[in-house]
Each structure stands twice: as C-alpha cells, then as structure tokens.
Design a protein around this ligand. Structure first.
Ligand SMILES: NC(=O)c1ccc[n+]([C@@H]2O[C@H](COP(=O)([O-])OP(=O)(O)OC[C@H]3O[C@@H](n4cnc5c(N)ncnc54)[C@H](O)[C@@H]3O)[C@@H](O)[C@H]2O)c1
Length: 438
C-alpha cells in the first residue's frame, strides 16, 4: 500500500523494456517508439503520452498532461530488447508481422535491425502451433530460469540501464489446469528443478523477473504470475505485477458499450461476437487449447459489467458467444462483428450491430507502452503485487483474492487517474456536484 503523496523516486537513467515475443505487437511497439522519438508521428493511442488529468476544482483550470504530472520515464530514455524463438532481427520480424509498411520501417531500419532476439525459453507443449530454432537448452526449468536472469542482467549492464520492466508479448499458451505445485514458492521451485509439466515457459520468465525484482506484465490470456507461488514472490520482493491480456479490439469495444446499456437499465438477451484475423496470433489461437485461454478472458467481461445476480430481469439470461476465426488473407487487419439483442421499455426488442475494422497491433502497441511505463512508475512509488489500477488496459484484470475484477472502462479510467492523484498527494475526484448544496 502506498501512502498519500508518496515521494516517487525520479526516473534517473535509462529504462529497459524487455519483451518475451518479438512478433506483431512487440515490433509495432518498438518501431512505433522509434518513429515517434524521431519525430515521424505522435503517440496516438497512448494515455501516458497524450492524456491529461484534471486536478483540484473544475474552476482551478489545472489540467496537466499525465506525463508532466507523474514522473514517468521519457521515451528518449527507453531501450528495447527481447527474446523470440525465431532469429529474425527486429526489422525482419516487423516486416513479417505485416503491420507497419516497409516505408515506415525503413525510416528506423538501423534501430530495428539492432534488435537481436535472445534465445527463448520455449516448449511446444504450451504453444502447439509454433516451432522455432532460437531456443535455449537447459537440463531443468530452473536452469532455464537462471539463464533468463543472466540475460536480464547482461542486458542491463550492456546498455547501462537503471531499471528494467518486462512485458509478455509472446504467443498465447494453452490453458493449464491449476496444479498443486503452484500453491507455494517452495513447491514451485522444487517443480522447476523437476521439470514439472505444470510450469509453462511464460511462468519461467515471470519467475526469473520477479526473482530480480523486475516488474512483469502479462499481455496474453494464459496463466503466468496469477498463481499463489508467483504472487507470493512478487510480494516478497516488492515487485509490481499486472495482467492479463491486452484489452484491444472487440473486448475494449464491449467494455465501452456494455456500461452504456447498463447505465440506462436496458436489458440484453444475447451478445454474439465473432471476428476474423490472419496474423500469427490468429494461427496460434486456431489451436483449441490456446483458444480456450482466450475464450475465458474474452467471456468474463460482460458477466462482471452486467451483474446478472443484481439485475436478473435484465441480464439473468444472456446468450453470450465468442468466436475467433483464423483467416490468413486478413493479416493483422482484424474484423469484428458484434450483434447485440437488447430490450427496452415494455420489453420491446432492439438490436445493435458493430462492425469494427481494426488493426490489432496498432491498438495493442500503445497499451503495452503505457503498461511498461506505469509499471516502472509503480515500482519507483514503492507499490508491489497486483496493480489493479492498470485494469484499464487489460481484458481479464488480475485482482486480489476475494475481489471481483472491474471491467467497466470508465470506472477503470477513474481508478487509474485517482491512483495517480493519490500518488502525487492531490485530492481524489469524486464528481460530486457540491454547488447544489448550501
Ligand atoms: N494484437 C493484439 O491486439 C493483442 C491483444 C491482446 C492480447 N494479445 C496477445 O499478445 C500476444 C502477442 O500477440 P502478437 O499479435 O504479437 O502475436 P505474434 O504471434 O505476432 O507474436 C508472438 C511472438 O512470440 C514469440 N514467442 C512465442 N512463444 C515464445 C516464448 N516462449 N518466448 C519468446 N517468444 C515467444 C513467437 O515466435 C512470436 O514471434 C499474444 O499472446 C496475443 O494473444 C494481442
């Protein structure tokens, strides 16, 4: 817990952002930051870079940019690196991902070519559709974790960094069944030494990061640090963690539209969401076990927003279906369709149709950037464990045991901004109109 108006340590020196997974999201993030800091574009889509925050009374006229209000690392001070199972450098990987044009990538070609993926910790049993040559060898999973810790330390020394954060931008792993080896740090560490199958590759990265006190963000929907052993480790080593699954595309749209329907007490009979995408993420999600991880994170949001237990007449019987279809010709241009069957006054039925033609990684890259910068801020503010205030960016936000996650985008934004106000010792904003009272 932070104290009101804590002294957040200034971001001196450089910040390393290490990404397990240099695919569509990872390379769009890196190339985007390079293009922005070289003046080719503005940081559209990034709250940390473009957002403002109102302070004090409405009449005070104090609305600084978030990046001028809290001491965030500057984009100029960020150094990128990462791991991937393929050897392609950042430029080649970005071309393959097909998100940004060659024309744009050529503007930052030397910087992108300098990104050389470190050999990954990877096991095909957790991502069935992938295989690649750039993979570490080790006798045990503990051995692999130690190799990752060395990578992190070497990267820090080689680039003369002050701090590091890690954001998982790797493929979605299969949905694992909870296992007793997850229950405590000692059982987890014993299992690492025994190569236990309940420990996935992403858990090895998270363990290595948390051991070194490095904040870790999970941008994918699978289990990683949301298990007791790693939650304990995060607390023990005072490390901020967050996850899971970047909130982009269809789920972002859901958490915008659903609160609006609920605010007016309109009922919902059904919500059918389907989409087509053709990038590698889509290919990985074509495997039913990886899709299962995604289906779980995509389905939960509506349940929490509509609260069917509290409003059974309105939301007690929603037919909610989510489909993801791999369709290579679409590439990274995901197309989503939502059909929402709603009812209003006297039970009369209406429909809302949303056809969202989005670019997945264009939406995800600024989310990954903000999560990295805010996680670094949280660490310097002495915050540790699950960072619920970052739910704004996440499809399936991690919360403390016994709490339910908040999915409403607008409540999430309020929570985020109030956390920043609290951190800097400013009054929290409740939107209470005191002018109505004597
Ligand atoms: N694009 C989006 O809008 C979006 C939104 C929410 C979540 N996500 C999640 O973000 C992740 C990345 O998405 P993407 O579109 O960049 O996928 P991608 O397939 O383009 O990139 C993933 C990369 O991770 C690499 N990889 C896989 N396992 C690895 C491991 N163990 N270590 C290191 N590298 C590994 C792959 O080789 C690949 O290059 C996925 O899990 C996806 O579900 C993406």
């Amino acid at each position: 817990m932070i104290e009101k108006g804590v002294n957040v340590k200034e971001p001196k020196g450089k910040l390393g952002i290490l990404l397990p997974g240099l695919g569509a999201v990872g390379t769009t993030l890196i190339a985007g930051v390079e293009l922005i800091r070289n003046g080719y574009s503005k940081p559209y889509g990034s709250l940390t870079q473009m957002g403002t925050i109102r302070l004090g009374k409405r009449t005070d006229d104090r609305v600084p940019k978030i990046k001028d209000f809290v001491p965030l690392a500057q984009l100029e001070d960020v150094v990128f690196g990462g791991w991937d199972i393929f050897n392609d450098n950042g430029y080649e990987a970005a071309l393959n991902a097909g998100v940004l044009t060659k024309e744009d990538l050529d503007k930052v070609k030397p910087q992108m070519e300098a990104i050389k993926p470190m050999p990954a910790v990877f096991d095909k049993s957790y991502v069935k559709k992938l295989d690649g040559p750039n993979v570490k060898k080790g006798k045990t999973k503990m051995d692999l974790a130690e190799q990752l810790m060395k990578d992190m330390e070497n990267f820090k020394n080689a680039n003369n960094l002050d701090r590091i954060v890690i954001v998982w931008c790797g493929s979605t792993e299969v949905l694992l069944n909870p296992d007793s080896v997850w229950n405590s740090l000692p059982t987890f560490e014993a299992a690492l030494k025994e190569n236990h199958p309940a420990i996935s590759s992403s858990m090895i990265y998270a363990y290595a990061a948390l051991k070194l006190g490095i904040p870790y963000v999970n941008g994918a929907p699978h289990y990683t640090h949301d298990i007791p052993a790693l939650l304990d480790l995060a607390q023990e080593n005072k490390v901020p963690i967050s996850g899971k699954d970047f909130k982009t595309g269809q789920t972002w749209m859901k958490t915008v539209v659903a609160p609006g329907i609920k605010a007016r007490m309109l009922g919902v009979n059904g919500w059918f969401s389907t989409n087509i995408l053709g990038n590698r993420d889509g290919e990985v999600l074509d495997d039913p076990d990886s899709f299962r991880s995604k289906e779980v994170t995509k389905s939960a949001a509506l349940q929490y927003i509509f609260q069917p237990q509290t409003y059974p007449e309105l939301y007690g019987d929603i037919y909610h279906k989510v489909r993801i279809n791999y369709y290579p010709p679409s590439g990274d241009d995901k197309e989503g369709w939502d059909n929402i069957d709603i009812f209003g006054w006297l039970g009369y039925r209406m429909q809302i149709k949303i056809n969202f033609l989005c670019k997945d990684s264009i939406l995800a890259a600024p989310v990954a950037l903000d999560l990295a910068l805010f996680s670094d801020l949280a660490k310097r503010a002495g915050m540790s464990g699950i960072q619920e205030w970052l739910s704004f960016y996440l499809k399936s936000p991690m919360v403390a045991e016994d709490l339910y996650p908040e999915h409403d985008l607008f409540i999430q934004l309020m929570k985020l901004k109030n956390t920043l106000r609290y951190m800097m010792g400013e009054e929290l904003i409740t939107h209470l109109g005191l002018e109505y009272y004597d």
